[in-house]
Design a protein around this ligand. Sequence first.
Ligand code: NCD
Length: 300
Amino acid sequence: MRNLLKVSDLNKSDINLILENTNLVKKNIGCPYHPLAKIANRKFMANLFFEPSTRTRLSFETAMKSLGGEVITIDNVNNSSFEKGESFSDTLRTVAQYADVMVLRTKHKIEENLTEIPTSIINAGDGDGGHPSQALIDFYTIRSKFGLKEDLNVLFLGDLKYSRTVHSLIKLLSNYNYKLYHRCPNNRKLPISLRKFSEDAEENWTERILPKMDIIYSVREQKERIDDNIFNYAIKYGLKAVNLNMIKDSAIIMSPLPREEEIPVWFDKDPRSVYFEQVKNGVYVRAAILMQILELDRLN
Ligand code: NCD
């Protein structure tokens, strides 16, 4: 696997290896004597973020440094030659000369011709396209809660048109036997190519669908993508009006974060809320992705 541009770049054995290495990293991260601590010695990762980020950028950086690698960053693309009118592809070709891997977040969908760039690229979110490393984090979190069990009901809730993390996670889960449902505003439907994988949870979803869900994946309204707010979003398409008693004891509530009001802060103390666990898993999973992309030897 040279690039991670979309979920379909991953086959099941790539996914299994990443999950295995994630466990290895999780167990040994921070141990200065473990070979993992130096495995990326003299390797350089470039962070190139053309859109805001907290978790993705910092977790990739933490992951690379935990493996003993170096990180270079353009902190603010407006501070780079991009601002002088340099083309996107020249900017990438330039950074490719310095780095072994580039972590790239863009405002628009990434074009396939990026594969001509001589350095590996990880898509860290491309507009309303995908976010494959987040899907791997989400999948790892699901597996760490439910193991290999796949007869599970998963509900995607919110702005499913513009939420790239949902797009990538649905694509990934569609390779397995999970039963997927969705609930979204009419003008925030999933992209057509993804609709066949999940069933619509209708108006009375809180009574009919919610109580049987094992995994509830809630996303914020992607206001930066469209200038048209949804009335009562957090109540109608989020969990704001949901009583936790309506949700199975064994269920988990997930979010890629950031959140607005669609997940009330008082959910945070409930052990079923795992969104900050997803954040933590981000470092381990992204270290495992870097190991795979940089072809660092597997350690046991
Ligand atoms: C998401 C993103 O940037 O797509 N955040 C993340 O990377 N964890 C979700 C979002 O912005 O809503």
